[in-house]
Design a protein around this ligand. Structure first.
Ligand code: SAM
Length: 349
């Protein structure tokens, strides 16, 4: 199966989560019930859960898409509010598909789970025979499960093979990026996607090390990054490898390239009054969402400075959140991972 081909699971056929025999299961989070996915526990606290429900202004008979189902926390809350409506929960990660299917199973046919990249949202809708939708949610980035499963390679805190793929069917891994990209390209992605000011030193160190032998593990990469950053310059609050791992993750999973096309494609399928809600976790993502919404809201694509509009494009959305919505103090307290989250909302005109 190619990574881009959507595959549908019927949430009804998956078994319900059963944590009774797992005394060491993580504490039930405020809003993210851990799910057993064949012996492993998928735990993720959904960020800004209720603000997202408000943002989507859910109609009980509406059709909604959650493009980043993860553990199904947001999906569940959306589907729960539906009567005759439907929720399509999409994720590219197999573990997320299992977790979301298990979580949504009690809701029966109100929820369909599809394994796909959300950039193919139009194909997914076509495949399901759905023409129009009433809302879409994207909760970008990685789940806690991905970060906390050491063998996936997402974390600089554990030693594991250099993988970092959200979709294990994809060809490119972090190993390929680290061992085959030119020094120029490594520097570029560390700068552009990690906003890492020591990008040149880190890229040079990687290239020097791999001349002896390939860099195989997250542990080796973390040591190289640490050695490349002068101790005095280390940013007190952050692990020295945080920015580089973010950069490599974004490159491996092409995370930024898909945001605008997905939003544009979803916008074309939204009914009038339908909502798009997007949670971002760093400034690069937020900038793309903010700019995409602004472009859709302004309509006109004429070059700046033209005295009159010649393109004739009209606004397709109204931006609901002029300023991004942020997690409140209570959420920050129970879920520190929400601290960089920003929610932006737009409504189809
Ligand atoms: C922050 S988590 C979502 C958590 C979810 N909202 C919840 O409440 O459990 C992000 C999820 O999006 C998925 N993802 C990221 N980029 C994606 C893409 N382009 N297409 C489909 N899924 C994607 C990841 O695999 C991950 O499971």
């Amino acid at each position: 199966m190619t990574p881009s081909k959507p595959s549908v699971c019927n949430a009804m056929t998956e078994r319900e989560p059963n944590l009774e025999n797992k005394p060491d299961a993580p504490d039930l989070s405020v809003n993210g019930t851990p799910v057993d996915i064949g012996g492993q526990i998928f735990a993720h606290r959904s960020v800004m859960l209720y603000p997202c429900m408000d943002a989507l202004a859910i109609k009980p008979d509406g059709i909604y898409v959650d493009g980043t189902a993860g553990g199904g926390g947001h999906s569940y809350e959306i589907a729960k509010r539906l009567t005759t409506g439907q929720l399509i929960a999409i994720d590219r990660d197999e573990a997320a598909i299992k977790a979301a299917s298990a979580k949504l199973s009690p809701l029966g046919e109100r929820a369909r789970v599809v394994r796909s990249n959300f950039r193919h949202v139009a194909d997914v809708l076509d495949m399901l025979g759905i023409d129009r939708i009433d809302g879409i949610l994207l909760d970008l980035g990685v789940s806690s499960y991905q970060l906390d499963t050491p063998e996936r390679g997402f974390s600089y805190m554990a030693d594991a093979p250099l993988d970092i793929r959200m979709d294990a069917r994809a060809e490119k891994t972090a190993y390929d990026v680290v061992n085959t990209y030119s020094e120029f390209d490594l520097r570029r992605i560390l700068f552009d996607y990690g906003e890492e000011k020591f990008a040149p030193r880190i890229a040079a160190r990687i290239v020097q090390a791999r001349a002896d032998k390939p860099i195989e593990t997250t542990g080796e990469l973390t040591s190289l990054i640490k050695a490349a950053i002068p101790a005095a310059a280390r940013d007190g609050g952050h692990h020295p490898a945080k920015r580089s791992f973010q950069a490599i993750r974004i490159e491996v999973n092409s995370e930024l390239d898909v945001i605008r096309p997905a939003l544009e494609s979803a916008m074309k399928r939204l009914n009038k009054g339908g909502r798009m809600a997007v949670i971002t976790f760093h400034s690069l993502e937020d900038r793309i969402v903010k700019q995409t919404f602004a472009d859709m809201a302004s309509g006109c694509t004429c070059p700046r400075g033209l005295p009159v509009c010649v393109c004739g494009k009209t606004p397709s959305v109204k931006v609901i959140s002029r300023k991004p919505i942020l997690p409140d103090a209570e959420e920050l307290e129970v879920n520190p991972r929400s601290r960089s989250a920003k929610l932006r909302v737009a409504e189809k005109l």
